[in-house]
Design a protein around this ligand. Structure first.
Ligand code: ADP
Ligand code: ADP
Length: 229
């Protein structure tokens, strides 16, 4: 099977006196190559735990995760070929915008080729000409655009985004959701996005996977889900 395969995945946390928490309780989901899927649900429903398990940041208590038909379960985070982007873009404060984006590029690309790739990525995220700017002078929305360009730079076979727009105000979030989708589609990036915001999920994703209390309730296109009561 091509793309991401999540099969019957369970994630548990050992918690003190009250025993363990089952954050993800047997989730099965297929994300086709080039597809963008949003995990949508209320805070605490297990979205982030599922994403972290796919990334390799949490161990599986059950099930398996595979990409293009091969299990990634034995592989550490950096060997999976997945990209990660979080709520607070976590830029390098001492590098300028171009330096942050270039960090994601393979070391083999040097000189003019490297500069051209950085420029193309900045244009893709709507920041043409921002290369020399210190990241400390950027707005929150601009910082997330830089974080996106950096995450896309190595052309990850899967991009995992955990609430990438949640720190922004609503108007900005709506605009960035549209631009985020455009950037993912333009690069053909397979992506899983975690959000608690239905509008954001519908704006960004080809399909939306609705979670509740560790389980997947339904999966469908925004049009499918919109029509249900
Ligand atoms: P969401 O991303 O949907 O907000 P999470 O995956 O963060 O949900 O959390 C799912 C459940 O697992 C919640 O009950 C949360 O408190 C718990 N949880 C998350 N991370 C940890 C952790 N590191 N240790 C213990 N419990 C955790
Ligand atoms: P998210 O919903 O994105 O996981 P949270 O604010 O719930 O954001 O969690 C922030 C951090 O705290 C995460 O690393 C998460 O794993 C951890 N965490 C969440 N819930 C718990 C918990 N009950 N016990 C310990 N750590 C937790």
């Amino acid at each position: 099977m091509s793309g991401l395969e999540v099969h019957d995945v369970v994630v548990r946390y050992a918690a003190g006196r009250r025993g363990s928490t089952t954050a993800v309780d047997g989730v099965t989901l297929h994300v086709e190559r080039g597809e963008v899927v949003a995990l949508l649900g209320p805070s605490g429903c297990g979205k982030s735990s599922l994403l972290r398990a796919v990334a390799g940041l949490e161990p599986l208590a059950g099930g398996l995760v595979a990409f293009d038909g091969r299990s990634v379960d034995g592989l550490p985070v950096h060997r999976r070929g997945f990209g990660l982007m979080f709520q607070d873009g976590q830029l390098f404060p001492h590098r300028d915008v171009a330096g942050n984006v270039a960090y994601g590029l393979a070391g083999s690309e040097r000189g003019p080729e490297r500069t051209a790739r950085v420029d193309a990525l900045l244009e893709l995220v709507g920041l043409a000409g921002y290369g020399p700017r210190p990241v400390t002078t950027l707005s929150g929305g601009e910082r997330q655009r830089v974080a996106l360009a950096r995450a896309l730079a190595p052309q990850p076979r899967l991009l995992l985004l955990d609430e990438p727009l949640s720190a922004l105000d609503r108007a900005l979030r709506e605009r960035l959701a549209v631009d985020l989708r455009a950037a993912l589609v333009a690069t053909g990036t397979t992506a899983v996005l975690v959000t608690h915001d239905q509008d954001e999920a519908f704006a960004v994703a080809d399909r939306v996977a609705v979670m509740d209390r560790g389980r997947l309730l339904q999966v469908g296109t925004p049009a499918d889900l919109w029509q249900r009561p």
